[in-house]
Ligand binder design. Structure first.
Ligand code: AKG
Length: 218
């Protein structure tokens, strides 16, 4: 399906929108017009809060490295998964959410039927080849009425979009540089994950995939 997602002044080309659930969509190439702004925003966040490996409560090291921005950042350690207003590495507040993140989050959410989305937490994951994210639900947020907006940059990934039990079958969705996923409403608590990233060299990002996940956590 091809839709005009925005007014002509906002969008240079119509994105292709794929529906993968009742309220879940892949917006192909949605972020492409804003890649430069996104990458410099990511760099600015990382200067203040660099990527780091996190430990799961069970004592494992996550293979993707993470950072955060916004009022709340997501952290994990032996005490559990949670949001915190403070970066535990620097003991200072997380970097401000860049404007480019707000704009893409609001635009993509709106295009997927979730008007008025204002994220307060931006997670940035970097995956080297071989890194993955196991099936999980995003449920550390205070409420579940806002959608998740997830931007893919760099190397391609195979995203798993499952059901409401970890053991439910999962769709496998290839995600490419500039694709944006949005899921919310009845699909908000679906299990999801990322299969190990295949080796490769992306012309703009080299040997990595970056994912930016925008949420309303507080
Ligand atoms: O990297 C992705 O596409 C998904 C990331 C994710 O599921 C998460 O940060 O919770």
């Amino acid at each position: 399906m091809t839709l005009d997602l925005f007014g002509e002044e906002d969008l240079q080309q119509p994105a292709r929108i794929e529906r993968i659930g009742a309220q879940a969509y892949v917006l192909r190439g949605f972020a492409l017009p804003w890649i430069e702004a996104l990458l410099s925003a990511v760099e600015a966040v990382l200067q203040q809060s660099p990527f780091r490996h996190m430990q799961t409560p069970g004592g494992f090291t996550m293979s993707a490295r993470l950072s955060s921005c916004g009022d709340l950042g997501w952290t994990s350690d032996g005490h559990g998964y949670r949001y915190s207003p403070v970066d535990p590495v620097s003991a200072t507040p997380w970097p401000h959410m860049p404007e480019a993140f707000f704009n893409i989050a609001a635009g993509a959410a709106n295009a997927a039927g979730f008007a008025g989305f204002v994220p307060d937490a931006g997670l940035i994951n970097t995956y080297s080849p071989g890194a993955k994210m196991s099936l999980h639900q995003d449920k550390n947020e205070r409420r579940y009425d806002a959608p998740i907006v997830s931007i893919s940059l760099g190397l391609p990934a195979v995203f798993q979009f499952g059901g409401f039990q970890r053991s439910d079958p999962a769709q496998r969705i290839s995600l490419f540089h500039g694709d944006v996923m949005v899921w919310g409403g009845v699909d908000r608590l679906r299990f999801h994950g990322v299969l190990p990233i295949k080796p490769g060299n992306h012309p703009e990002l080299g040997e990595q995939r970056i994912n930016i996940t925008l949420r309303k956590a507080g």
